[in-house]
Design a protein. Structure first.
Length: 231
């Protein structure tokens, strides 16, 4: 086979010329004529949060998580994934755990909201908070507020849950520190304390009212840790 370039064949028809596309016009945009999204005015609303009526003015597109943290300064509820996958933002709405990052604050009017700040009463920790302190179920503390709220909803409807029921109830709450075992044990201990009258508690067991003042002050670390964790 010859490697030479074939000679020009004048007897063959010439290839048709390709059409030349006209130059595309340059598109210019006058930025001053662009429509701006309408600015929403703040709405004024009353929300029942931790047993208190709060009158708040906020933008209607804000989630319950944003209103709690930015407008009410209740920073125990945490920003996590903001996709509804980690449970760090869990609070109770009419006693049921919800993901506050996916709930508009406007939708919560007329409902009772409970955050981790509302668990303790009269300066006394909720048995769940005390059990988490005693059993080391709170380490970095970032996920703890959501877990406490979710666990409270479980114990309110089921005072004596089995381990499997605790695992299922907390399956939407992610924890990267404890490995979950201490959390499950703390919920079981809190359930026992809630069921047993304080007079029947085993000798040496710590119930909220049996703690000495200095011990109660130490346990208050859990109540304040949520606010100390960087948001």
């Amino acid at each position: 086979m010859s490697n030479t370039v074939p000679a020009h064949r004048p007897d063959l028809p010439a290839s048709p010329a390709l059409p030349v596309s006209p130059a595309l016009p340059v598109l210019t945009i006058d930025a001053s004529r662009l429509r701006k999204p309408p600015a929403h005015d703040k709405v004024k609303l009353e929300l029942l949060v931790n047993g208190e009526q709060e009158e708040i003015a906020f933008f209607p597109e804000k989630t319950l998580l944003e209103v709690l943290r930015e407008d009410l300064d209740l920073c125990g509820t945490k920003h996590g994934c903001e996709l509804g996958e980690c449970g760090a933002c869990a609070v109770l709405l009419d006693g049921q755990p919800i993901l506050s990052c996916l709930k508009l604050a406007l939708e919560c009017a007329g409902h009772e909201i409970l955050t981790v700040e509302g668990l303790s009463r009269g300066g006394r920790l909720h048995p769940l908070q005390a059990a988490f302190c005693d059993l080391g179920a709170a380490q970095c503390g970032y996920c703890t507020p959501g877990i406490l709220c979710t666990a409270k909803a479980l114990l309110d409807r089921n005072p004596a849950p089995k381990r499997e029921e605790i695992i299922e109830a907390l399956s939407g709450n992610l924890c990267r520190c404890t490995g979950y075992l201490q959390i499950f044990e703390a919920v079981e201990e809190a359930a026992r304390r809630l069921r047993a009258p304080e007079s029947e508690a085993p000798q040496g067991a710590e119930t909220p009212s049996s703690l000495r003042p200095e011990e109660t002050a130490g346990h208050n670390l859990l109540a304040t840790r949520a606010r100390a964790v960087p948001s």
